[in-house]
Design a protein around this ligand. Structure first.
Ligand code: PRT
Ligand code: ZN
Length: 286
């Protein structure tokens, strides 16, 4: 039987679309049957299983799936023997403690003896232990943010993204317990064939991520500025330089990291660069 890597992704919810998008950008083609339980890639030995995110770590531990994509918060909370293989740069959020806005927060000792409602009891317990705080944990599975308002708890620990849910429930964020994003996890002991497939997939994901973080840049500059400009945008090895029709000028092509982009552009202009074009990169392999 041919070796197939089974990857579990969320059936529906915040992770579903971006998980599928990442795999598609990595070159995997699936027929669009989202209502199904499984989907087989047409051009790569991968099978997708569509599951609830909370169940994914257990399915991997039980060897029903080999790998999966979940929020880091779920990976930690479930305490299974899964390895974090790669952070995936989407579904970024934080797990935070929040209290009623009218309360005065005096620092972490405020939480002593309080009752904290959460869907993440394991993570909250670890956080309290690390900070030497004794407090009650009240586990609830949904609508955690209403717990203080109905007298169920003094504080909550829940996922925060923009903060608007806290705001509209009269709460304020007082401690960040964990920063989270989508992660690729896998069983630590994959058989050789499956490990090779996972490595190939990782290589592709890496190429997609590098491409997203970088831009291809083309500009015109006077020849005497080439050296300075090269020091600002050295590219992957060195820029490509071609003479322009106009004497004394060149066209310079390079790669620039998205995060440094605006700062670098200012420098390039001050060195005499003109006609700057910036183009997205689809895949990037160093
Ligand atoms: O059905 P299933 O069990 O698979 O899905 P789910 O309902 O458990 O999860 P889902 O789809 O809501 O979230 C999946 C993962 O997305 C989470 O485990 C996080 O890792 C990540 N994520 C990113 C978020 C958010 N952002 C987020 N904003 N998960 C939840 N929220 C909720 C949060 O619970 C709170 O109610 O959004 C609200 C806060 O958002 P703001 O923007 O108002 O602060
Ligand atoms: Zn869930």
């Amino acid at each position: 039987m041919n070796t197939v890597l089974r990857i579990a992704i969320q059936k529906s919810g915040r992770l579903q679309e971006d998980s599928l998008k990442l795999l598609k950008e990595s070159g995997l083609q699936f027929s669009n049957g989202r209502d199904q339980l499984k989907a087989q890639a047409r051009n790569f030995p991968v099978e997708l299983l569509f599951l609830r995110d909370d169940d994914i770590p257990q399915y991997i531990e039980d060897r029903v799936a080999d790998a999966g994509i979940v929020g880091e918060n779920v990976w930690i909370e479930k305490e299974k023997h899964n390895e974090l293989i790669k952070r995936l740069d989407f579904a970024k959020c934080r797990l935070s403690i929040a209290i009623p806005r009218a309360e005065e927060y005096t620092g972490i000792s405020y939480l002593k003896g309080k009752n904290i409602a959460t869907s993440y009891p394991v993570i909250v317990k670890q956080f309290l232990a690390k900070n030497n705080i004794e407090a009650g944990i009240h586990e609830i599975s949904g609508s955690v943010e209403i717990a203080p308002g109905i007298g169920l708890a003094d504080a909550i620990c829940d996922i925060v993204s923009t903060g608007s849910t806290l705001l509209s429930n009269g709460l304020k964020e007082v401690e960040v317990v964990l920063q989270s994003e989508a992660v690729l996890i896998a069983t630590p002991s994959l058989e050789k064939g499956k490990q090779a497939l996972l490595d190939q997939l990782l290589f592709r994901i890496q190429a997609v991520q590098s491409a997203k973080n970088n831009k291809y840049i083309l500009l015109n500059c006077p020849n005497e500025a080439i050296e300075k400009i090269t020091s600002v945008i050295p590219g992957m090895k060195s820029p490509t330089i071609m003479p322009l029709g106009r004497p004394g000028w060149s066209s310079l092509h390079s790669v620039v990291n998205e995060n440094d982009f605006w700062e670098r552009i200012g420098q390039l202009k001050s060195f005499g660069a003109e006609g700057i074009l910036v183009i997205p990169i689809e895949k990037m392999i160093a």
